[in-house]
Design a protein. Structure first.
Lengths: 121, 566
């Protein structure tokens, strides 16, 4: 079973996306802020990371930097509001983000993107 | 609250007791006056207490250079630093005066009856019993008072030190909260307040007023403190309840929105929703509000079927009615909340009511109402913007622009009606929208009316023409080059530079000869080169011979680095 690390500070969205991904057969571990996300990544060694851009303590870019410094392979999907600065999104791609899902998002679309990156059909 | 009430009652009890005590003292002037008049009794003696310390060799005290004795350690563990014992009041006052002169302002008189230290109150009781027994207060004693009349005067003079036996003894030996507060209050208001410690009917009234003021102050503090505690408690309790309700909402909402077995139709079935969420929960207004808030948050973050389900739940459970009630509220924050909910959940049913809020005095309410109207009006009519009571701020313009951006291309209005709005900010907004949405169809209308535009509108119009590459207005716009407004003048020059022809070049060339403003000169030179670089360089080189300003501008424009970057 593939393990997904989900980092999102909005509790309701966190719990719902977790539910959705679990229904699709993934094991989901969650973190509500940047620091917890990084320590979860270190301890749990997930197969894929889904992270919001705006997070307490450390933002999505910093998390990505941290992940890429240790592991170049693990796919990272950035979740972000449409109003976010275009430059921030581009920066995320430059840092090595694999995909970008703008909010508002369709949970089914997120699942498809996750599956695609994990090469699951 | 209970604590507050207790303090309140306690304060009152102290006040009443103290007041009764003083009232009785006023009725019997007795001992205080007798002592000050020079009364001597073989059993009665005095000392001045300078301070009390846990240390029998208090180094700090030595600096006063004063005659003193140390009384044995008292039961509470203190050594008393006192004056030698004296038998009469004037001698005691001399020690007191001396102590105060040397800086021990809080020295006070203490009393001894048959060599035993007693309080003034205890001494008074002895005195009263002596009076009742008519024992020691013989005529001889009374004559002693008469004989010491002069001393009595001395004694009164000592009382100028704002000290009386009554005050000193009561304050030091029996400090209570009221006495302490009273002293603080008197010291705060400043001035000479020795009268407070004297007896008499007039002073009695003054004391009464002071006490009432203190009581009122204390009550006010207690009431305010109690209210603060109560509000804090309520807020904390509310936050806890909201947190609990949020947890309770997550499960059912997750099931409803993400369980594929629950269809959109199921979300429109009230009984099914009540069955999943729980009737008990839905009967609580705070729970409904928490559910509503969560639905709003989700609707901002989700799209597709999930968003449709969110909207269905919101309407089926009658939460739109909660939002509608809010927009009927008297509080602007409630109205804004209601508008925000209806706007974010795309509920178009309240257009008529919300149109009334478009000119609200409150900026937030007005802004949200405008967004709602533009988003929900099926006809996409902009008529409501034509007669606005307030200007359209830049922030409001940005929000409206975002809504227009979310429209299908064919639904975006032409915006020309806005050019006749009563507010100039709305007219300018119209020009901006024509530019952002490339509404070339509106150009003809603008060309017809542009001579009547204000300078600000002309500037906005020129930006629009530049973006849309509208050269049709070249001839009339060339005439605006002589305007006084520098920013408009520069906008005209930039327009001519980009879209101008040979005729425009001639106008620019004429203008550069008479212009003096450096910034305008620079724009003129640049525009001329944009139209015809060869002709412009010739003209500028010629002008540069006579003008240092033009020479520097020309050299700057010819700079190869600048040309490369350009």
């Amino acid at each position: 079973m593939k393990k997904i690390l989900l980092i999102e500070d909005e509790e309701l969205i966190l719990s719902m996306v977790k539910f959705k991904l679990e229904k699709e057969g993934f094991q989901v571990i969650i973190a509500a802020d940047g620091n917890a996300g990084i320590s979860m990544f270190d301890s749990e060694n997930p197969d894929l990371v889904v992270t919001d851009l705006m997070l307490p303590f450390k933002n999505g870019i910093e998390i990505l930097q941290n992940i890429r410094a240790k592991n170049h392979e693990v796919p990272v999907i950035i979740l972000s509001a449409m109003g976010e600065e275009e430059s921030t999104v581009l920066e995320a791609f430059n840092m090595g983000a694999d995909d970008f899902v703008p909010k508002p998002f369709n949970p089914n679309e997120l699942v498809i993107r996750v599956k695609r990156l994990l090469k699951i059909r | 609250m209970i604590k507050g009430a207790f303090i309140f009652c306690f304060t009152w009890a102290i006040q009443i007791a103290t007041f009764a005590q003083e009232a009785s003292l006023v009725a019997a002037p007795a001992l205080q006056d007798t002592i000050q008049a020079g009364f001597i009794h073989p059993s009665l003696s005095y000392r001045i207490q300078y301070l009390a310390s846990r240390d029998s060799t208090d180094i700090a005290f030595n600096k006063y250079d004063i005659e003193y004795e140390i009384e044995e350690k008292t039961t509470n563990g203190y050594y008393r630093y006192v004056s030698p014992k004296v038998a009469d009041w004037p001698s005691a006052m001399k020690y007191l005066d001396n102590a105060q002169a040397k800086g021990i302002q809080d020295a006070w008189v203490v009393y001894y009856w048959q060599e035993e230290r007693i309080s003034f109150k205890a001494l008074d009781e002895i005195y009263q019993s002596l009076l009742a027994a008519k024992d020691t207060l013989t005529e001889a004693s009374l004559s002693n008072i008469d004989a010491n009349n002069e001393m009595g005067t001395t004694s009164i003079s000592s009382s100028d030190q704002k000290t009386s036996p009554f005050e000193v003894e009561e304050y030091i030996e029996e400090p209570d909260s009221e006495g302490f507060l009273t002293k603080i209050f008197l010291q705060t208001i400043g001035g000479n307040y020795s009268w407070f410690y004297e007896s008499g009917k007039e002073n009695f009234l003054k004391k009464l007023i002071i006490r009432i003021m203190i009581i009122t102050f204390v009550i006010l503090v207690i009431v305010l403190f109690s209210i603060t505690l109560f509000v804090r408690y309520q807020n904390k309790a509310r936050k806890m309840t909201i947190k609990r309700f949020k947890k309770r909402v997550y499960g059912p909402l997750t099931e409803l929105l993400f369980d594929d077995d629950i269809s959109l139709e199921d979300c429109r079935n009230k009984d099914k929703l009540i069955g999943i969420i729980g009737e008990n929960n839905l009967n609580k207004s705070l729970f409904k509000q928490v559910l509503l808030d969560e639905l709003v948050t989700l609707s901002q973050n989700m799209k597709g079927t999930v968003k449709d389900k969110i909207k269905a739940i919101y309407q089926t459970l009658g939460l739109d009615e909660v939002s509608r009630k809010k927009i009927k509220s008297f509080r602007w924050s409630n109205i804004a909340d209601g508008l925000d909910e209806l706007l974010k959940l795309d509920i178009p049913d309240h257009l008529k009511e919300i149109k009334k809020l478009k000119n609200s005095k409150n900026y937030v309410v007005r802004s949200l109402a405008q967004q709602y109207i533009i988003k929900m009006d099926e006809n996409k009519s902009l008529d409501f913007l034509l007669n606005m009571s307030y200007p359209l701020s830049e922030w409001q313009q940005v929000n409206l622009y975002r809504i227009f951006k979310s429209f299908k291309k064919e639904d975006v209005p032409i915006f020309t009606p806005l050019l006749h709005a009563n507010q100039e900010s709305v007219r300018i907004f119209g020009l901006k929208m024509i530019r952002y949405f490339n509404k070339l169809i509106a150009v003809e209308k603008i060309l017809e009316e542009m001579d009547n535009y204000s300078d600000a509108m002309k500037r906005e119009m020129l930006k629009t023409f530049l973006r849309l590459n509208v050269a049709d207005g070249l001839r009339p716009i060339e005439k605006w080059i002589h305007v006084e407004d520098v920013t408009l003048k520069i906008a005209v020059i930039q327009y001519l530079g980009k879209l101008g022809d040979e005729h425009s070049f001639e106008i620019l060339a004429r203008e550069i000869e008479r212009e003096t403003d450096h910034m305008v000169l620079f724009e003129l030179a640049k525009a001329m080169r944009q139209i015809n670089q060869t002709e412009a360089d010739l003209a500028l080189a010629n002008l540069a011979l006579h003008s240092l300003k033009i020479n520097s501008i020309y050299q700057h424009l010819k700079d190869p680095h600048l040309e490369e970057t350009a």
